[in-house]
Design a protein around this ligand. Sequence first.
Ligand code: 4NP
Length: 143
Amino acid sequence: MLCLGNICRSPLAEGLLKSKLPGGFEVASAGTSGLHQGQGADTRMIETAKAQGVDLSSHRAQQLNYEHFSYYDRIYCMDKSNRHNALELAKTPQDKEKVVMLLPNGGEVPDPYFGGQEGFEQVYSLLDNYLETLAQTLIDQKH
Ligand code: 4NP
């Protein structure tokens, strides 16, 4: 799960997807920027998730690096700018194929960082809904 800072959107996406998948899947998150490397998730995101029973307290931000391309099968981008930056790091056609948008039909998960609480709640519902679909798709693909 990839966003810009790895403190708002992608930590929540990671936590939600993990909660919807059985064992046998590995889910992680990263940011294209290293600005918040080592920091916990944004307090507003932690609180929004906690209210719904999702614990993000152990999250530590990391920056996307080239090793992630060999380790993970897919890199799900929250927005087009994340995809652009991930593609700049990709080297091979196989790397590039791994970079996909999380939402279908060009949809983007809006960056809530500079806005108010309602933005965090909006991101929560959007991700909670869509990751339910993605979890089912991943489970079906494995069978
Ligand atoms: P995220 O949100 O990409 O969802 O983690 C942001 C976090 C930090 C910044 C921007 C977006 N920032 O500019 O520091």
